[in-house]
Design a protein. Sequence first.
Length: 380
Amino acid sequence: AERYPGLASRLDRIRRIVDFVVDQQEAIVAATDEDWVHKPAAFIKAVEILPVINHAKAVSKRLPSWLRDERRKADFPFNLLGAKAYIRYQPLGVVGVMVPWNGPVAMAMIAAIDAFSAGNRVMVKISEYSPAAAAMLADTLPRYFDASELCIVTGEVEVSRAFAALPFDHLMYTGSAGTARHVMAAAAQNLTPVTLELGGKSPVLVDRRADLQYAAQRTVSGRLINAGQGCITPDYVLLEAPCLEAFIEAAIQAIRQLYPAELQGRDYAAIATNGHYQRMHELLDDARASGARILEIDVGATTERRQFSPVIVVDPADDSRVMQEEIFGPILVVKTVADLSAAVDYVNAGERPLALYYFGDASQAKQQLLAQTHSGGVAI
């Protein structure tokens, strides 16, 4: 019905998303807290509202230039005959978006901003593990958008399966690799192009000459954001044996500074569901059985709030679950290797990580890491 929306129409839709998250910020906090049992309000606003506003600003600023045709040189001999070539970016149509439970509002709204900026309409399926957030979005977004512009779909697994099978012009999925296989198979029936964002086990490589206290503090900070329930949170640390005890001591100190036990876990997020909470216990039991050293740090976590205390797992077996599965919780694995080359080999032996982190200042080591590993992003 609207094949090529103009700049004003696209900017208006982006502005209405910003209006929504600003107007409904308290409703967003309340719904998220209901789904999670306990999550600090300031943190909810920091991850569910601010990124949406920042993304909208960045996209709105650049959108006029993105809409311009891109000139290209016409091939010989047509260029001699006056031919001109250019690329015009056309909207795809209707974009389907499937978002996970660890940040449903921000992920849904940022994906919608991207789709709107390209001139598309959007249908969003919210995870069944976020029922309160899904209900809030379904109830309040119609005040800002007609259903033909932005539609929120709620429901259980069978609804997700039906959603993935719709003949979208593009489908975006964020979540686990296991579910992604089903999503991609369903989309293939319609030849729907798919974008997957899958997380994985993001490693931290610590050079023996690095500042271990700094490396430990940054690693712990990243691991415990949202109690470790993020797609790019550090999953495991690889370092040489002589650095092990100093790193562990610095990590424990950093955890106690970030989340003092006397605050009784006030600023510490819960685990999203009972099933994921139980899985954390199962991962630890399996690591303990494999002979790993288990270090639990008291931050005042309580079972009533479904909080799981931070744990450092030292040198678990390679076939243990914490080394085979994405942890997605406040468990940090620290594993010793012979040297940087061995760490690179270890990373490359597994699936490509979404994020890779390196602490060190040796130029040769940095270049080796960049040249010999493959990941979604690298932070040095």
